[in-house]
Design a protein around this ligand. Structure first.
Ligand SMILES: [Zn+2]
Length: 195
């Protein structure tokens, strides 16, 4: 195997540092699954061979139809994608990353710590909004937490029917709207009511 040395540290042997970003941690974590690609001469390694290998060996995630579907609104779905991966910089995550912010309280209610699960389906504000959106779509049911709402969307929003497409757009639109509303509030933005 070809040696890859970064600042005197062997890339293949180094342990995963805690003070690097998540994408580099991810690269380090998947080393065992890509090791075979680097066992031959470097000249035989191509982008195509890496892509083919990834394409075959990587299983589809159960939520892929919520992120990538015809008619999606890209700026909505990039936020959906990041929220499912729990990579959005919520206040809980910002504090964990060492950023100097006053507290971790939710910017919607000001009471509960602002983690992903609370922000999108746990906060009273967001519960009311999602409940109203469901009602507009003709579905009258209580709003559950993040895990349950995601499981519902994964299970129920499959297929190509018009109503499924509308619900997928609504789910993504809800997540996007909450995130933009949350971002506008600390910078003098007017707090919009659920209506
Ligand atoms: Zn809240």
């Amino acid at each position: 195997m070809r040696a890859y040395v970064i600042e005197n540290v062997d890339f293949w042997q180094m342990s995963i540092p805690t003070n690097v970003n998540w994408s580099f941690k991810y690269i380090l974590r998947i080393r065992p699954t890509v090791l075979h690609l680097f066992s031959g001469p470097i000249q035989s390694l191509s982008i195509r061979s890496i892509w083919d290998d990834m394409h075959i060996s990587t299983p589809k995630v159960s939520w892929q139809h919520l992120v990538w579907f015809p008619g999606r609104i890209p700026k909505h779905n990039i936020i959906v994608w990041m929220s499912i991966l729990n990579r959005l910089p919520t206040r809980v995550r910002l504090l964990r990353m060492g950023l100097n912010i006053e507290n971790d309280k939710c910017l919607m209610c000001g009471v509960v710590a602002e983690c992903r699960d609370h922000l999108f389906f746990g906060c009273n504000f967001t519960k009311d909004l999602w409940g109203a959106i469901l009602a507009l779509c003709g579905l009258y049911r209580g709003v559950s937490g993040w895990d349950s709402e995601l499981a519902w969307a994964i299970y129920c929003l499959k297929g190509k029917s018009l109503i499924v497409r509308i619900f997928r757009l609504a789910w993504a639109g809800h997540v996007y709207s909450i995130w933009t509303e949350r971002n506008s509030r600390p910078y003098g933005g007017r707090a919009r009511p659920v209506d």
